[in-house]
Design a protein around this ligand. Structure first.
Ligand code: HEM
Length: 309
């Protein structure tokens, strides 16, 4: 039976995301591959110290890294995240060979696992971004809105996030898009709550959806609802994390989205940045700048275990 990585782990109190680039040379690629094979064991070693803290780690591979690390077939839909340029805002595509998405109810376990991973990669790869995310009040992002409500649950989450028989070599895998957004909170806070509600498409206090007819067609929740011509909706699994540094005036949302098909997330990004129709872009972006962006393939845990054997 094919076991996925912890893609569908519940939204956690703490998360660390490491984006790493692999050094040149075959040795660096081989050492990175070894670490990935040992990763399930490493997670068990650190996680066993407090089982209730539910430590998990998902590793994903960028398109160029996949070909360097693995022989054999490539996941059917793996490619670099394209740059998406709207008239006013752009979704950047930045360097990143590997991602480690580490979650737990306690940040110390995330910290320990991140340290262990990077010490194993010392001299073979380096972190180009480390984001230490925390869960803010009521699952709110730093814009003040409850974030994650519309995530699918149960069988629908499996269908949204995990590859099935359409790519048999990579069943149980997933695609992961991450983007680091920095908010201009001072500007956001000059808006009235009603203006903010119109941008998000929900009521800030109650978290209840506002009627489609009562909000602009540029509302975030409308632009990120993807439907086929026959009305079938395509969902993704999100685990956005707030992060920041009050001392540096840095306030952000780390977007983390898993999907069985990356085209669903890319369509959401086009709707947000270019607009639907073009020009009708997501006003969240007038207050949030994407400073990183990557697309990774997340193989199944069965695939990782086989590397370690
Ligand atoms: C919904 C915040 C970026 C996809 C939401 C909601 C909030 C939110 C507050 C409403 C509650 C919920 O269902 O979770 C943000 C912030 C972002 C961000 C602060 C970054 C600054 C993105 C990106 C994507 C995305 C980049 C996809 C590429 C979605 C989807 C929904 C959603 C699919 C659910 C829509 C629905 O079915 O109602 N987001 N989001 N978000 N967001 Fe985002």
């Amino acid at each position: 039976m094919i076991e996925p990585q912890a893609v569908l782990a519940p939204l956690s109190r703490a998360a660390f995301v490491l984006v790493v680039t692999i050094d040149d040379g075959a040795d660096a690629a081989a050492r990175t591959r070894d670490l990935c094979g040992d990763l399930p064991g490493l997670v068990r070693s650190v996680g066993f110290r407090d089982l209730e803290a539910q430590l998990s780690c998902v590793v994903g591979f960028g398109a160029a890294a996949w070909s360097r690390i693995f022989d054999g077939p490539k996941p059917a839909r793996l490619h670099a995240l394209p740059l998406i340029r709207g008239a006013k805002h752009e979704a950047v595509s930045t360097p990143g060979d590997l991602v480690f998405h580490i979650r737990a109810t306690r940040p110390d376990l995330c910290f320990e696992l991140a340290t262990q991973i990077l010490s194993r990669l010392d001299g073979a790869a380096m972190a180009v971004d480390e984001t230490q995310g925390f869960r803010f009040f009521d699952f709110r992002d730093l814009l003040g809105y409850v974030d994650g409500t519309e995530n699918p649950t149960g069988p629908a989450s499996v269908q949204a996030a995990l590859i099935g028989s359409e790519d048999p070599d990579f069943e149980g895998g997933s695609y992961l898009v991450v983007q680091k957004y920095l908010h201009d909170l001072a500007a956001w806070n000059t808006l009235s709550v009603e203006q903010q509600n119109n941008i998000i498409g929900r009521d800030k206090l109650s978290n209840v959806e506002l009627d489609d007819d009562a909000i602009p067609s540029s509302a975030h929740r409308l632009l990120t609802t993807i439907k086929d011509a026959d009305g079938t909706e395509h969902k993704i699994m999100r685990d956005n994390m707030p992060f920041g540094s009050p001392a540096k005036g840095e306030f952000g949302t780390y977007f983390i989205g898993y999907a069985a098909r990356p085209s669903v997330i890319e369509q959401m990004l086009r709707n947000m940045f270019i607009g639907d129709p073009a020009g009708n872009y997501d006003r969240i972006l007038d207050f949030s700048r994407a400073v990183t962006g990557n697309l990774f393939f997340v193989p199944s845990k069965t695939f990782l275990d086989a590397l370690g054997d």
